[in-house]
Write a protein that binds this ligand. Sequence first.
Ligand SMILES: *[C@@H]1O[C@H](CO)[C@@H](O)[C@H](O)[C@H]1NC(C)=O
Ligand SMILES: *[C@@H]1O[C@H](CO)[C@@H](O)[C@H](O)[C@H]1NC(C)=O
Ligand SMILES: *[C@@H]1O[C@H](CO)[C@@H](O)[C@H](O)[C@H]1NC(C)=O
Ligand SMILES: *[C@@H]1O[C@H](CO)[C@@H](O)[C@H](O)[C@H]1NC(C)=O
Ligand SMILES: *[C@@H]1O[C@H](CO)[C@@H](O)[C@H](O)[C@H]1NC(C)=O
Ligand SMILES: *[C@@H]1O[C@H](CO)[C@@H](O)[C@H](O)[C@H]1NC(C)=O
Ligand SMILES: *[C@@H]1O[C@H](CO)[C@@H](O)[C@H](O)[C@H]1NC(C)=O
Ligand SMILES: *[C@@H]1O[C@H](CO)[C@@H](O)[C@H](O)[C@H]1NC(C)=O
Ligand SMILES: *[C@@H]1O[C@H](CO)[C@@H](O)[C@H](O)[C@H]1NC(C)=O
Ligand SMILES: *[C@@H]1O[C@H](CO)[C@@H](O)[C@H](O)[C@H]1NC(C)=O
Length: 330
Amino acid sequence: MATTMLRLSLLLILLSSVVSDKCNPQDKKALLQIKKDLNNPYLLASWDQNTDCCDWYTVKCDHETHRIISLAIIDSGPSNFSAQIPPSVGELPYLETLEFHKLPKLTGPLQPAIAKLTNLKYLRISNTNLSGSVPSFLAQLTNLTNLDLSFNNLTGSIPDSLSQLSNLGSLRLDHNNLTGSIPSSFGSFKSNLDIILSHNNLTGTIPPSIGNLNFTHIDLSRNKLEGDASSIFGPNKMVQIVDLSRNNLTFNLSNVEFPTSLTSLVINHNKVYGNLPQGLTKLKFQFLNVSYNRLCGQIPVGGTLQSFDIYEYFHNKCLCGSPLPKCTSN
Ligand SMILES: *[C@@H]1O[C@H](CO)[C@@H](O)[C@H](O)[C@H]1NC(C)=O
Ligand SMILES: *[C@@H]1O[C@H](CO)[C@@H](O)[C@H](O)[C@H]1NC(C)=O
Ligand SMILES: *[C@@H]1O[C@H](CO)[C@@H](O)[C@H](O)[C@H]1NC(C)=O
Ligand SMILES: *[C@@H]1O[C@H](CO)[C@@H](O)[C@H](O)[C@H]1NC(C)=O
Ligand SMILES: *[C@@H]1O[C@H](CO)[C@@H](O)[C@H](O)[C@H]1NC(C)=O
Ligand SMILES: *[C@@H]1O[C@H](CO)[C@@H](O)[C@H](O)[C@H]1NC(C)=O
Ligand SMILES: *[C@@H]1O[C@H](CO)[C@@H](O)[C@H](O)[C@H]1NC(C)=O
Ligand SMILES: *[C@@H]1O[C@H](CO)[C@@H](O)[C@H](O)[C@H]1NC(C)=O
Ligand SMILES: *[C@@H]1O[C@H](CO)[C@@H](O)[C@H](O)[C@H]1NC(C)=O
Ligand SMILES: *[C@@H]1O[C@H](CO)[C@@H](O)[C@H](O)[C@H]1NC(C)=O
C-alpha cells in the first residue's frame, strides 16, 4: 500500500513537472544554444534543461503565450565572460527586449541574426567591446522604441536608414569611435527622440533638418562638429537638456531664441560668438556652461544667470558683468 502511494505521488510529481513546463520547446532549445555559445558562463547556471525555462534567471516569458519576450544578460560582478553575441538570439522570435550590458569581453560585430527579431522594442548592447559598424539592418526593427549601443568600440559612420525607425524614443550611440557626419535624414524621424551621440569622432555640421525634431534631450558633446547649432533651439521647442560642449561649433548666439523648457545649456569649448541674449534671464537653469567660446558683451542680469560661477563664463572673447568682472565702457 505504502509503495503504491509512493509510486503514485512520484508519478504525480513527474506529471506536474511536465505539465508545469510552460516554456516553449523551441525557445528552450535556442536559450540552451545561447548558453553554450557564451561558453556556459556561471551567470547562466540556472539554465538547466530539466527545468522550466520561464523560471530561468534573466529571461521573461509572456503570461499568455509563454514565449520568451525578454533576455537581459548583465554582468554586474567582476566579469570574465568572453564570447561573441550568439547567432542563436535570432531564434527567439518573440523577443521584445534584448540586452547585453557590462560585458567587457563581449567582442565581435553586432550579430546579423538580430535582424530577425522584428518584435524588438528595446535593444541595448552597451559597455562591451563590440566592434564593427552600426549595421543598417537595424532599420528593419521598426518596433524599436529604445536603441542603446553606447560604450562599445563601434567604428564607421551612422547609417542614414536609422531614421526609418519611426517609433524610436531614444537613440544612444555615445562613447564609441564613430566617424562621418550626423545623417541629414535624422530630421525625418517621425517620433521626437532623445539623441545621445557624445564621445565619438563625428565631423561636419549638425544637419539643419534636426530643427524638425522636438526632443527633450540632445547630447552631441566631445565630437568634432562644426558650424551652426541654432536649429536645435527655438521658442516652440520642448528641449530641456542640451550638451554641445567640446566641438568646433561656430555660430552667433545673439539672435537664438531659447524655449522656456530649457534647464541645461552646456556649450563650453566651441567657437560660439555674439552676445548672451536677454531672453536667458527668463529661464530656470540648473546647468549652464558657456566658457571657452568667443562670446562678448554683458551677461544679462536676472533669472538664474548670476547663480553660476565665473568658471561657467570664463575664457570668452569679451564677456563681462556679474559673475565676471564689471564691463568697462571702452
Ligand atoms: C570566472 O568567474 C567564475 C565565477 O566567479 C569562476 O568560477 C571562474 O573560475 C572564472 N573563470 C576565469 C577564467 O577566471
Ligand atoms: C510591431 O508590434 C506590433 C504589436 O505591438 C505587431 O503587431 C507588429 O507585427 C510588430 N511589427 C513588426 C514589424 O513585427
Ligand atoms: C577598441 O578596439 C581597439 C582595436 O581593436 C583596441 O585596441 C581597443 O583596446 C578597444 N577599446 C576598448 C575600450 O575595448
Ligand atoms: C577589445 O577587442 C579587441 C579585439 O577586437 C582587443 O584587441 C582588445 O584588447 C579588447 N579590449 C579589451 C578591453 O578587452
Ligand atoms: C578609436 O580608434 C582609435 C584609432 O583606431 C584608437 O586609438 C582609440 O583607442 C579608439 N577609441 C575607442 C574609445 O575605442
Ligand atoms: C578620435 O580619433 C583620434 C585620432 O583620429 C583618436 O586618437 C581618438 O581616440 C578618437 N576618439 C574617440 C572618442 O574615438
Ligand atoms: C513640441 O512639443 C510641445 C509639447 O508637446 C508642443 O507644445 C510644441 O508645439 C512642439 N513644437 C514643435 C516645433 O513641434
Ligand atoms: C575647427 O574648424 C576649423 C575650420 O573652421 C579647422 O581649421 C580646425 O582644424 C577645426 N578644429 C578641430 C579641432 O577640428
Ligand atoms: C551677431 O548677431 C547680432 C544680431 O544680429 C549682430 O548685431 C552682431 O553683429 C553679430 N555678431 C557678430 C560677431 O557677427
Ligand atoms: C564649465 O566648463 C569649464 C571648462 O571646461 C570647466 O572648467 C568648469 O568646471 C565647467 N563648469 C561646470 C559646472 O561643470
